[in-house]
Design a protein around this ligand. Sequence first.
Ligand code: KIV
Length: 515
Amino acid sequence: MSTHSRHIQLMDTTLRDGEQTQGVAFTPMEKVSIAKALLQFLRVDRIEVASARVSEGEKEAVSLINQWARQEGFAERVEVLGFVDHTRSVDWIKSTGGSVINLLAKGSEKHCREQLGKTLDQHSADVLQTIAYAHEQGLKINVYLEDWSNGYKDSRDYVYGLMERLQHTPISHFMLPDTLGVMSPDEVFASFSDMCQRYPTLQFDFHPHNDYGLATANVMAAVRAGVSAVHCTVNCLGERAGNASIAEVAVVLRDKMAMELSVDESHLVRISEMVENFSGKRVAANAPIVGADVFTQTAGIHADGDQKGGLYKTKLGPERFSRIRSYALGKMSGKASLKKNLEQLELDLSEEDQKKVLARIVSIGDSKQTITTDDLPFIIADVLESKSYQHIKLLACSINSGLDLPSTVSIRVDVKGEKHQTTGAGSGGFDAFIDAIGKVLQHYDYTLPTLADYEIRIPKGGHTSALTECVITWDCGNELRKTRGVHVNQVFAGILATIKLINIQLHEMANSPQA
Ligand SMILES: CC(C)C(=O)C(=O)O
């Protein structure tokens, strides 16, 4: 098959196979939100949203999605996995207002024999009967040949036999899964080339799994062999090691194969965040395109190269995905990393002061702590002994905690030069501190944002007396902000991270035009 540019459909199955990720279950409203984001903003071609007959909640979700999709003219782009169960899956899909069934047939002789206890003739008769009924009911029909990768390897005659029986029925897409994620790109290319040449008038989809970490490479091979659609999920969710990441597939097919796609890449990250929140499955910081760190340069030499004419630029620029490049501060930072951060904060420092600040950054980095751009003004203030960034200082803090007892805290703080002493109570030491500090801050018209996340880490191989690092993500309304605190006592690490956030926000309040 030629590698000439052609349109490749992306079928997103986050809401069906993605929900088969261990521990993931979306509520109906979450499913509706994800479906809308996928079709309306990301503009994928098709979405698979559920398996038929799973539950009442699933029925509600699918009905809501179909209702919305019909209004928006997307009805035929919403698909539901159905089973060879006479009329039951078809009736279920019809009752949700659905238009498309993705019928699950057996793609390997072994599955057909061992799981269904049927021969090829018996199984194809059942499949044909369900297809006829679905067609009569006005559904569009796609068919999965489950375990096709093994079927093609071990029982090719069975696969051809099934295809012969199905090829003249009203099936729109033959969806060939690598159900257990066992194929290599060479195997995908050879098998799909054969299928596409043998049945040149049929449309084939590839449904990959990532068990060997080869899902994206396998998608490339399938497209090279001639498939017209590939399946993927947001954040690579899916059974076991997942399917193929939609972000990876989109950029690889565009950049490496010059294929035409409908997806709007600028929405990839937002959808990834939405799915991360609803699924509770964190995206690895180094996940291509959507990971938190993938547009951060750490080595000073890279920051230097970027400053000298974009020497480290690639097609995968952050702007393409509505993200920005950042320059990490740590022991590997150089002058250019600091300069880039100063530019971002619109801060001007003499060469001499930059040297001092850089030396401090490197020494903080050496003690394994991480530094964010938000930390920089405070490091500068500390190194250059400027008072203008120290709006709040924790002078003393003692915490009393006991098993099954409320915690109490007593604090002394300096806010803008005024001293306060107060107490607080809560269900834990940190909660008690939040109670106490809240009492002080109400005098300054300031309310702490809510926590979006709270992580405690110790260095790998650490021991009970090791430093702990607390990273708090704050929901500041229009943005999420992270602050870090480091201390041997993990509650104090959280308290220091909180003081940092308060300092940043009091500083912004003091410098806002209304102040
Ligand atoms: C249920 C089927 C279609 C599947 O997801 C697979 O075979 O990978």
